[in-house]
Ligand binder design. Structure first.
Ligand code: ATP
Length: 255
């Protein structure tokens, strides 16, 4: 479903003394339809840069992305728009993704209008109602503003919003790290359930090996812009081959 080959990205920071940061140094991975791949690594190792490139928010230096069998850099502008529908992202700060001046219903409608989903406003509202039910929130939130909802509700709204476009791939970038521990488990169960019901393909980015090992069948361990180890999650967690992976696994088993 999603294949990435030799992705690279550097940034130049500083004004007077320029400094080069090689954020992603040639990573490759593949996720089959309905599969779940985790990318684990410490802060600053380049995880979110990969996600931002996939979502078209950053231009890579080089690399090839195939989505649903199609090479993405060979696409026309209209095909890029279709790709953006197929791949959606859930961010760490859901409240920051909602416009504070718009009601929840209006924020939900927006992507559906842009991508011409459903024929009428009534049809769109009905679809949003169904999605709210699916993610376990009530339509009483429709008329509220982002400051009138909880963090857990905001994240469920963002999941429902991503699903309005009927994506095939969901990129999760630390989707639960800002939530209460009690809500985190509900959210992870919800995402797993949705994956089964809608045959979603997941790319899950996190520094939390415990969450990733529960959610993902396969995992890539990332350090300083490269994948140091890739494989089945169970095998990597129980038999880490690379010193960095061992360090990461040990830091989690201490808790
Ligand atoms: N727009 C940018 N301009 C300059 N440097 C950047 C930019 N975006 C990321 N970087 C740098 O690239 C490196 C990788 O950043 P990235 O956000 O991908 O890491 P991460 O693994 O997702 O970290 P975290 O888990 O803390 O979000 C870091 O050194 C970061 O400072």
């Amino acid at each position: 479903m999603l294949r990435v080959e030799n992705l690279k990205k550097h940034f130049v920071i500083g004004v007077i003394r320029k400094h080069r940061v090689d954020a992603v140094k040639g990573v490759s991975f593949e996720i089959p339809e309905g599969g779940s791949l985790g990318i684990a690594g410490n802060s600053g190792c380049g995880k979110s840069t990969i996600a931002r490139i996939l979502m078209g928010l950053e231009e890579p230096d080089c690399g090839t992305i195939y989505l649903d069998g199609e090479r993405q850099d060979a696409l026309s502008a209209s095909a890029v728009r279709i790709r953006k529908k197929k791949m959606q992202m859930i961010f760490q700060h859901p409240e920051a993704s909602l416009d504070p001046q718009k009601t929840i219903l209006s924020s939900m409608m927006e992507p559906m209008v842009i991508h011409k989903m459903c024929e009428s406003t009534r049809g769109r509202k009905e679809r949003i109602r169904e999605l709210f039910e699916l993610v376990g929130i009530s339509e009483s939130l429709f008329s509220r503003y982002p400051h009138q909802i909880s963090g857990g509700e905001a994240q469920r709204i963002m999941i429902a919003r991503a699903l309005t476009l009927e994506p095939k791939v969901l990129i999760l970038d630390e989707p639960t790290s800002m939530l209460d521990v009690s809500i985190q488990a509900h959210m992870m169960n919800l995402l797993k359930d949705l994956g089964h019901k809608m045959n979603l393909t997941y790319l899950f980015i996190s520094h939390d090996l415990e969450v990733l090992s529960w959610f993902c069948s396969h995992i890539c361990i990332m350090n300083q812009g490269t994948f140091v180890e890739t494989g089945k999650t169970e095998e990597i967690i129980h038999h880490p081959g690379h010193p960095f992976t061992r360090e990461l696994v040990e830091s989690f088993s201490e808790f």
